[in-house]
Design a protein around this ligand. Structure first.
Ligand code: XMP
Length: 535
């Protein structure tokens, strides 16, 4: 990978680099973001925009193709979302998915009606025209349906490409105008031939080239940072996760010493993590980190506090105070670097924007620090180089720049850290115990090669004591709970069915090696009704 960091490119040239874009117009589908991810997996850049985007705005973006997403409405609802009718005349290939197809049919002069039978779930796709959109998609392949309306009469010039038992026009095309529609959802994982279809659209129909690569992203974002920041100073709060670490690397490549990385050690991280992070940055990346030891401050801020919400609130508040003091001490800074990712941008499209300049402003530090607002006189402009990326893309970039796997694949770790894994009062003695138990958990999970198979695996300390016996002596000590879960996104989770042998090794080691613990229990609660963390 070559990194050209010398001359900033003018903004127009940056637009040129992004020329290969497929735009998704979002009609409210839960899958719009997923379509964007699937397209990016084909190495073509893709963005989700509102269905209200006009043909004129689209022309400026000059996309290679447009996808109209699905959506919960029926095209006949009085308030159904419609796209600008001019987009059909742009000469840009369009693929309508589910609602998007129905809209295409309606606006092109066909007819959409409520089907006799709504169709949900898997359906076998019978292919009538195996060329074009359906090249290499197997006849009889499974596609995932979710629709109540169907296209009854096709608009003039359209042909059927495929059907299912219930849906005569499951895939349609107007070859000349390059308009395509599919009644199913090619983007979901249950649609077996879905990715092949998406590739066909991207490469055969829209004539894209694979320009969305990690190397191209790194090169482009370095230039963008230089163009934006100029000779100003940037502050970055490192947390040790993949987002802020990748961010630090990119910014440092782009602006060198104009970047200040600050790591606030709250004292609630896992064993050895603060030291390792600072060392890694210094030795591997040659990036200096301002290490702020605020352990005592944080611990006293929650002394005697047992209520979980109050604990979180105080830690968040303390973070803001330390951040504020330290940024004044090290500053002044013009920009705050944030690890905002693309899903955050889609979800908060209109929030946090300065109405005068249209710039996104820092009203809060990213939510993983669990902090409220910064004081009014300490507002920074934002630099957010990861804002176009999905999490898996950040991991790819992180890996490509040499971040070790332990950071790239790190399990989620809550902002308040171990403080919310010690139930009730947090003391330095309890922190020490939990850190040692947690280290054993990590060591054994890694030894068994299970780390990447689990969403999270950690220890929790309960503030009670139970009786045990060690040697000839009776003990009266804390129990440790093991919480190992599998999950897709943290919203729901299941307790992990790990081998008994693994639990046995961990339990034996913790009780033998960690003074103050005489019992280990395994949490077998799913989420819901339980949460992953215990506080
Ligand atoms: P729960 O406990 O709500 O957690 O099931 C869901 C996911 O969120 C993580 N989590 C947090 N992450 N700050 C964070 O950045 C927090 O305060 C916080 N609390 C929970 C948790 O580890 C799990 O992955």
């Amino acid at each position: 990978m070559t990194l050209q960091t010398s001359e900033p490119l003018p903004i127009e040239s940056l637009a040129q680099l992004n020329r290969q874009i497929i735009v998704i117009l979002d009609f409210g589908s839960q899958y719009s973001e997923l379509i964007a991810r699937r397209i990016r997996e084909t190495q073509v850049y893709s963005e989700v925009l509102s269905y209200r985007t006009t043909a004129e705005q689209l022309l400026k973006l000059n996309p290679k193709g447009i996808i109209l997403s699905g959506g919960p409405s029926s095209v006949y609802d009085p308030v159904a979302p419609h796209c600008d009718r001019q987009i059909w005349e742009l000469g840009i290939p369009i693929l309508g998915v589910c609602y998007g197809m129905q809209l295409m049919v309606q606006q092109q002069g066909g007819e959409v009606t409520r089907s006799q039978r709504a169709e949900y779930g898997k359906a076998s796709l019978s292919i009538d025209d195996p060329t074009d959109l359906l090249t290499n998609v197997e006849d009889g392949t499974t596609m995932w349906m979710s629709h109540g309306d169907s296209c009854n009469v096709l608009p003039p010039g359209f042909e059927i490409l495929a059907h299912t038992d219930n849906t005569p026009s499951a895939a349609i095309a107007h070859h000349e105008k390059k308009l395509y529609g599919v009644q199913f959802h090619p983007e979901v994982v249950h649609s077996v031939g879905g990715q092949a279809l998406i590739r066909n659209f991207v490469y055969h129909i829209c004539d894209c080239e694979p320009t969305w690569t990690t190397a191209a992203f790194v090169e482009q974002s370095i230039r963008e940072i230089q163009a934006k920041v100029g000779d100003k100073r940037v502050l970055l709060a490192l947390s040790g996760g993949v987002d802020s670490s990748t961010l630090a690397f990119l910014l440092h490549k782009a602006i060198g010493d104009q970047l200040t990385c600050m790591f606030i050690d709250q004292g609630f991280m896992r064993k050895h993590e603060p030291e390792r992070l600072v060392k890694l940055f210094k030795e591997q990346f040659h990036i200096g980190v301002e290490y702020v030891n605020a352990r005592d401050r944080f611990l006293s801020s929650i002394a005697d506090i047992t209520d979980p919400e109050e604990k979180r609130r105080r830690i968040g508040h303390e973070f803001i105070s330390v951040f504020e003091e330290e940024s004044r001490r090290l500053g002044p800074f013009d920009y705050l670097a944030q690890g905002t990712l693309y899903p955050d941008v889609i979800e908060s499209a209109d929030t946090n924007v300065d109405p005068k300049t249209g710039e996104r402003v820092a009203v809060k530090i990213k939510s993983h620090h669990n902090v409220g607002g910064l004081p009014k006189d300490l507002r920074f402009k934002l630099v957010e180089p990861l804002r176009k990326l999905f999490k898996d893309e950040v991991r790819k970039v992180g890996r490509s720049i040499g971040l070790p796997e332990e950071i790239v694949n790190r399990h989620p770790f809550p902002g308040p850290g171990l403080a919310i894994r010690i139930l009730g009062e947090v003391t330095s003695e309890r922190l020490e115990i939990l850190r040692d138990a947690d280290l054993i958990v990590r060591q054994e999970i890694n030894r068994q090669g299970m780390y990447s198979l689990l969403w999270q695996a950690f220890a929790v300390l309960l503030p009670i004591r139970s009786v045990g016996v060690m040697g000839d002596k009776r003990t009266y000590a804390y129990p440790i709970v093991l919480r190992f879960v599998s999950s897709e996104d943290g919203m729901t989770a299941d307790w992990a069915r790990v081998p008994y042998e693994l639990l046995e090794i961990i339990s034996t080691r913790i009780v033998n090696e960690v003074p103050g613990v005489n019992r280990v229990v395994y949490d077998v609660t799913s989420k819901p009704p339980g949460t992953i963390e215990w506080e």
